[in-house]
Design a protein around this ligand. Structure first.
Ligand SMILES: NC(=O)C1=CN([C@@H]2O[C@H](COP(=O)(O)OP(=O)(O)OC[C@H]3O[C@@H](n4cnc5c(N)ncnc54)[C@H](OP(=O)(O)O)[C@@H]3O)[C@@H](O)[C@H]2O)C=CC1
Ligand SMILES: Nc1nc(O)c(N)c(N[C@@H]2O[C@H](COP(=O)(O)O)[C@@H](O)[C@H]2O)n1
Length: 89
């Protein structure tokens, strides 16, 4: 995916640094960010788990920026087989 700018948008940098500063977790514990798109009727996938594009280009760019700001990406087996995500940034 091509990023429209050279660094993450300020709202993401601010959000994630605030989370790291304010958390009461010891620094030895992992910080986890969960990101997903949800429909108005609370669905995250299509029938039988089929991949569904619920958001849009801006949301996918945000997701990919967030990947650059974390050490690892974790997905489930259903996501791997249904979506076959590239998991790049
Ligand atoms: N809209 C969006 O933004 C997104 C949508 N999706 C969609 O969501 C669907 C499902 O994805 P996802 O929720 O990741 O589910 P998955 O089926 O991909 O993964 C669930 C994982 O959780 C484990 N698990 C389940 N129950 C337990 C439990 N009680 N304790 C510990 N581990 C458990 C399973 O392990 P085990 O196999 O060992 O039981 C499995 O590896 C996919 O169809 C995908 O298309 C995915 C990502 C984002
Ligand atoms: N932001 C967002 N909007 C949607 O509508 C979605 N369905 C998802 N899903 C996640 O995006 C992954 C695609 O990853 P790649 O760009 O192929 O690496 C997909 O697997 C879901 O985890 N996200």
């Amino acid at each position: 995916m091509a990023f429209p700018q050279p660094s993450p948008p300020p709202f993401l940098t601010s959000l994630l640094s605030k989370h790291n500063d304010e958390t009461s977790l010891p620094s030895s514990r992992p910080r986890v960010t969960l990101t997903f798109a949800q429909s108005i009727d609370s669905k995250i996938a299509g029938v039988n788990g089929k991949q569904l594009i619920l958001s849009g280009k801006e949301s996918m760019i945000m997701t990919h920026w967030m990947r650059t700001m974390h050490d690892a990406i974790l997905i489930g087996i259903g996501t791997a087989s249904n979506d076959n995500p590239q998991l790049n940034s």
